[in-house]
Design a protein around this ligand. Structure first.
Ligand SMILES: C[S@@+](CC[C@H](N)C(=O)[O-])C[C@H]1O[C@@H](n2cnc3c(N)ncnc32)[C@H](O)[C@@H]1O
Length: 276
């Protein structure tokens, strides 16, 4: 019975997580599991459930155990080749939507285009394709395994025809676009080695070099050649990188309007550059 299965689990496993795992093993929703404490698991479901509980006890993060995670109200496939979507990245999405709508209303743009650099599971490219509708998106990643996951997610959400996936370094293979969005690795190398919470996620998705801004700097260095007039850059950054990121923006785009936006926790999170 569901109720006795749940009560037999170690108390260190939060109840909500146990319910999500049980729901996944039974091919049901968490709401259904909660509403049917008397339901029985068949042999196959029990084996799946026990396998997932064993993965949890080895320290595998819940999203990898479940094989999917929610971002901006959409479910995305995830595996250990991609970063687990973080709620902080919703700020980039909100700003990208608002600024895209403004730009489209002010300029006679027929083919509005965006580059999502370091797409990972594809959450930025896919969410923007769904929310903006009429947009062409280039989604790049240096990892072929990540690109594979992003393509599957684009198919799952019915936007694969609007996204071109490119395996390459930063903006390699991307033409000129109206907006560049990037959530590139931004954890300084020395911090990454000590952070327990991210040790299961790919190094390629986290390591931002000695000061966390190496990839953002390389992106800014090449971005000008890929931006159309009045183009915009949105780059997610770490909480303590605001000032340094603004210095980089001034260095590479001295005449642009640059700012750093804070997330809901009041921490520096998003570098925004409006090219003149
Ligand atoms: C922090 S993760 C972000 C993934 C996804 N955009 C998100 O917000 O969840 C960074 C991604 O950048 C990719 N990446 C790292 N270096 C890169 C490079 N030089 N060019 C393109 N992508 C890169 C990694 O493979 C990883 O998928």
């Amino acid at each position: 019975m569901i109720s006795s299965t749940l009560s037999s689990l170690p108390s260190s496993l939060p109840h909500r997580e146990a319910e999500l795992i049980l729901a996944q093993a039974m091919g049901a929703t968490r709401e259904w599991v909660i509403a049917h404490p008397e339901a029985e698991l068949n042999e196959e479901q029990r084996a799946r459930f026990e396998d997932m509980i064993a993965q949890m006890s080895r320290g595998t993060p819940l999203p990898y155990v479940l094989g999917e995670w929610e971002f901006f109200g959409l479910a995305f496939k995830v595996n250990p080749h991609v970063l687990i979507p973080r709620p902080e990245t919703e700020l980039l999405i909100e700003e990208a939507i608002e600024k895209s709508q403004l730009l489209k209303s002010q300029l006679p743009i027929t083919n509005y285009s965006i580059a999502d650099v370091g797409t990972g599971s594809g959450i930025i490219a896919i969410t923007l394709a769904k929310k903006l509708g009429n947009v062409e998106i280039f989604a790049t990643d240096i990892s072929g395994e990540a690109s594979k996951v992003a393509k599957e997610n684009a198919q799952r959400h019915g936007v694969a025809d609007r996204i071109k996936f490119i395996r390459g370094d930063l903006l390699e293979g991307v033409g000129k676009v109206n907006m560049i969005c990037a959530n590139l690795p931004y954890i300084p190398t020395h911090e990454r080695e000590t952070l327990e919470v991210i040790k299961h996620e790919p190094r390629l998705a986290l390591d931002g070099g000695d000061d966390g801004l190496r990839l953002v700097e390389r992106l800014l260095d090449t971005a000008r050649d890929h931006l159309l007039p009045r183009g915009i850059i949105l780059a997610e950054i770490a909480a303590n990188e605001g000032e340094a990121a603004l210095r980089l923006a001034k260095n590479y785009f001295p005449t642009a309007q640059s700012e750093v936006k804070k997330d809901l926790a009041g921490l520096d999170r998003l570098l925004i550059i409006h090219i003149a």
